[in-house]
Design a protein around this ligand. Sequence first.
Ligand code: NAD
Ligand code: DAU
Length: 352
Amino acid sequence: MSTNLLITGGAGFIGSHVVRRLVSQYPQYHIINLDALTYAGNLENLTDIESRSNYTFVRGDITNAELVESLFDKYSITHIVHLAAESHVDRSITDPLIFIRTNVLGTANLLQAARKYWGNEYSGKRFYHVSTDEVYGTLPLEGGMFTETTAYDPRSPYSASKASSDHLVRAYWHTYGLPVVLSNCSNNYGPNHFPEKLIPLMLHNIIHEKPLPVYGKGENVRDWLYVEDHARAIDVVLHQGRIGETYNIGGHNEWRNIDIVHLLCDLLDQRLERPAGKNRNLITFVKDRAGHDLRYAIDASKIARELGWYPVETFETGIAKTIDWYLANQTWLDHVTSGAYEEYYEKQYHRS
Ligand code: NAD
Ligand code: DAU
């Protein structure tokens, strides 16, 4: 049986790294990238692989049942790697319903289509849901890590929508035997990261000498993983993960927000040949995020033990690569901030 893999959200930050990896590593697979191209979808992330013969891009919404079923039918889909989501916590606080629509209803729609199209013929099939560590809630500053058995305790509309979709995926496994696998990952960083999230926003603002908004006192802790390490983990879980199982993915790399902002300021003082300490003057402490989770930390020992996955980047090497990429790709950044990236689809896919 040939492998026809539907990846959702492949024009986004993590999805684009996963698409690139799977298209390159598995020339025998057909990779179909379904993405609605919301503000977060950017086909300029995929220019280097868009003309590969094993790759097809489809613009469309995962909540559109007719479309999703037609793709299963047209491409004889055998595998799904589901990443499409509304992903930004701050947006979920101001506009929660789109998160419920895309993350909950969209996931349910994909599950239904897989069940309908696959019937009870599940051999060789796989439905992989890519999720977040935020479903586990928050940790105290000192001690504790999220494991795969930590009780769910989502606290933002974003994390509640992702928790709902995780529960639905597991329910389809328990009820219908749909062959699912899940992973819950910590904060990613790296190339193609939309500059609304902490690290790319700070890089963008430092380059342009704009204020650096740090929420509260900057004492919240996140556990950072280089995005290509996550893409490789997704490859490993897709191929080796046990059906019905969940794998936590993380870098064992906890940082307070303020320490990351200081680090980025200091590294960019050097790279942009500014006087030492200049960029730190841009830091502005602003009102805290509502319901701001204090600390996330992932115990990634299960995926290491069972599947042999470990991150290869240290934070030092990963952040150096990230800074190199943003400095070398200021056109990408300019297109994102000006909105010009939204014209790429029409130019590339709808040429007359
Ligand atoms: P992103 O916001 O950069 O990309 C999301 C993609 O989904 C975009 O290309 C967007 O156009 C697409 N999309 C949104 N709504 C859609 C819809 N209705 N139909 C089709 N496509 C739609 O997100 P990301 O940071 O790359 O995250 C990808 C996935 O990984 C998400 O499920 C997220 O919850 C999860 N995740 C993210 C992180 C992180 O640190 N960024 C960590 C763990 C898990
Ligand atoms: O943990 C995984 C999650 O990581 C993913 O599931 C989400 O999709 C992803 O967006 C990310 O969520 P966070 O809320 O942790 O990421 P964000 O970059 O928005 O914020 C990181 C930390 O930095 C958080 O404590 C809030 C803070 N922050 C963020 C922004 C945008 C600031 O202090 N200032 C800012 O301007």
